[in-house]
Design a protein around this ligand. Structure first.
Ligand SMILES: [Zn+2]
Length: 229
């Protein structure tokens, strides 16, 4: 039997980002529509509410992702610049520092020093980035790309419940939004679980639970503000 060495963690990161965006889009827009529908607000307003939720959510996702990825990259750059100057100023001390790290991980002091010297000879900054700072892949994040991807995936998710407003009558809207949302959450949950090599059932149950909770709470809040009373 062949042993499978392949790990899936690289693929996970971008699938995770896209699934997360779509999940957010489905849950928040469906909850918004359900809350407004439960308040018995006039039907013509529902499409505006849904579209407003889609646009606002997509923009907020894009902004959040842009800021988060940029600041992460800024921090890494600053740390690397500092490390670079340390290495230029005091090579011996940096060798010792790296050797100590390997020693703490279980390598004998003599060997740890040899390993540190040889690694730094080949790539001084790289070895400190990896083993001292924990930065494995330099400048991997592109803030603009991350922003566009999350805005698009949020919009794609949000468009499912919004579409229901156009497709079904107002009487059937609430069950239709709940059904399409839970169904698509289950599909997304099992896709991301499958991509990560985890249990599909577990992934599906997890999103089903949080999706149902969000919609149930929104429905409750919406009925509190029943405008028809
Ligand atoms: Zn260092």
């Amino acid at each position: 039997m062949e042993y499978n060495h392949e790990h899936k963690s690289e693929r996970i990161s971008w699938i995770r980002a896209v699934v997360l965006g779509a999940n957010d889009g489905i849950v928040s827009t469906a909850s918004l529509i359900i809350a407004v529908a439960a308040s018995q607000a006039a039907g013509d307003n529902l499409f505006t509410v849904g579209m407003a939720g889609l646009v606002a959510g997509a923009m907020s996702m894009a902004a959040g992702e842009y800021v988060s990825v940029s600041s992460q990259t800024d921090i890494e750059k600053a740390e690397l610049a500092l490390e670079k100057s340390h290495i230029q100023q005091n090579w011996a001390l940096e060798v010792e520092e790296l050797a100590n790290i390997y020693h703490e991980r279980g390598v004998e002091p003599q060997l740890a020093k040899q390993v540190a010297e040889q690694l730094m000879e080949k790539d001084a900054i790289g070895s400190h980035a990896r083993d001292e700072l924990g930065i494995t892949d330099l400048s991997q994040g592109n803030p603009l790309q991350a922003a566009v991807y999350s805005a698009l995936s949020f919009s794609a998710g949000a468009s499912l419940p919004v579409m229901m407003i156009l497709l079904v009558s107002q009487a059937a809207l609430m069950p239709a939004v709940i059904c399409i949302s839970l169904l698509s959450l289950v599909v997304l949950g099992s896709i991301s679980a499958h991509a990560g090599g985890a249990s599909k059932t577990k992934g599906a149950i997890r999103v089903l639970f949080w999706g149902s909770l969000a919609m149930a709470v929104s429905m409750g809040v919406g009925s509190l503000f029943d405008v028809s009373i």
